[in-house]
Design a protein. Structure first.
Length: 151
């Protein structure tokens, strides 16, 4: 059975509210003990966002959005959500049939971003899409550096 963050949140009696959000896909409110997600997400996007927000709930995060601690919390929530959404066995199977990250993500029922985070988490493990492990920026790959420059 696939990992279902929505079912876990339901068991925990954490309501999920869908409404228009301007600059994020989801947020955990520890004060109100609810998760708000953007209305209009696809089922795949919603599952990935709920997995991320569930990690904030499970870690009892209270200060997301402020400073260095927030960066650590967001990164941890991303990695833990990706680990739960993309099992290594499923990833290994996808490596046999998917020609690229986009196809693999669609087949695995996750966003490309979540798959890239998972691949980055496994960097050095020899997965077939080496470029996919790079550029895990929230809004896609960073711009290419001018030729002859180094990061």
């Amino acid at each position: 059975m696939p990992y279902s963050p929505a079912a876990l949140l339901d068991e925990m009696h954490i309501p999920v509210i869908r409404e228009w959000l301007r600059d994020t896909w989801g947020a955990w409110s520890p004060v109100h003990r609810k998760i708000v997600i953007a209305a209009g997400l696809s089922p795949v996007q919603e599952r990935c966002v709920l997995a991320h927000e569930l990690e904030h709930v499970l870690s009892d995060d209270a200060a997301c959005g402020f400073g260095v601690l927030s960066i650590h919390q967001e990164r941890r929530a991303d990695i833990e959500a990706a680990r739960k959404l993309v099992a290594i066995s499923d990833l290994a199977e996808a490596a046999g049939w998917a020609p690229d990250v986009r196809t693999a993500a669609a087949g695995l029922g996750v966003t490309e971003r979540i798959l890239r985070i998972r691949l980055h988490d496994l960097r050095g493990e020899g997965w077939p899409w080496p470029a996919a492990a790079e550029g895990t920026h929230r809004y896609g790959s960073p711009p290419a550096l001018p030729e002859g420059t180094r990061p």
